[in-house]
Design a protein around this ligand. Structure first.
Ligand SMILES: C[S@@+](CC[C@H](N)C(=O)[O-])C[C@H]1O[C@@H](n2cnc3c(N)ncnc32)[C@H](O)[C@@H]1O
Length: 212
């Protein structure tokens, strides 16, 4: 994501009521302290929040947490929330590399990864959110029957992810290389900001659903 530093964004993260402070304190207690007993779905690398906020508006029975590492990007989601508040979505500003400090065993039912950063250099492969190292992290907090849903237009990253899934001991539940023309997987699809942008350029969107 092209990043323009917005003055005051970091300070806003510390006071905004939609941003969870010190999320590690809720590890093992998300259900009772934050989610009111609702199932918890998270999006890692949520960008400006279009996808997760559309899902939250459509599914009031689910609790959503969006994770984004850049304050200036997350700020855009907070501005949308101020205009149209939702009571079943909150945000964490953090780098997902430490996500196992935040969520404990069986706390999350679904993980969304949308248009994740590709980290094209081989030496950075472990930073890709669909690397086997990240699946090991997800294993620590995803419910037994939970799933990871990943969308991208980046074929190299998608192919890498298809290889990583079995290496991590997980399996592909469903997969398409052209989501928007897939009669089984496309119905109900909610577009992300990047998905709108890249599909408008004619790029096919790839999607996989992954389970253990
Ligand atoms: C290419 S953008 C896609 C944004 C949005 N998901 C979409 O599809 O429109 C990727 C986003 O993920 C965030 N991100 C990448 N790696 C991350 C990490 N390790 N932890 C948290 N956020 C991350 C980036 O800052 C960026 O905002």
């Amino acid at each position: 994501m092209r990043l323009r530093n917005i003055p005051g964004a970091s300070e806003e993260m510390l006071v905004n009521p939609f941003v969870i402070q010190n999320p590690e304190q809720y590890k093992g207690h998300w259900s009772e302290h934050i989610c009111n007993g609702k199932p918890l779905y998270i999006e890692i690398g949520m960008g400006k929040g279009q996808f997760i906020m559309a899902l939250a508006a459509a599914h009031p029975d689910i609790f959503y947490i969006g994770i984004e590492r850049y304050s200036s990007v997350l700020l855009r989601a907070l501005q949308k929330m101020e205009q149209q508040p939702l009571d079943n979505v909150l945000f964490i500003r953090m780098d997902a590399s430490t996500i196992t400090d935040v969520f404990g065993t069986d706390e999350v039912e679904r993980i969304y990864l949308n248009f994740s950063d590709p980290w094209p250099k081989d030496r950075h492969a472990k930073r890709r959110l669909t690397s086997k190292e990240y699946f090991q992290r997800y294993d620590a907090f995803l419910k037994e029957n939970g799933q990871v849903e990943f969308k991208t237009d980046n074929r190299d990253l998608f192919d890498f992810s298809l290889e990583q899934v079995p290496l991590a001991g997980w399996r592909i539940e469903a997969c398409t290389f052209d989501l928007h023309h897939d009669a089984e997987m496309n119905p109900g699809n909610v577009m992300t900001e990047y998905e709108e942008k890249f599909s408008a350029l004619g790029n096919p969107i790839h999607k996989m659903i992954v389970k253990r």
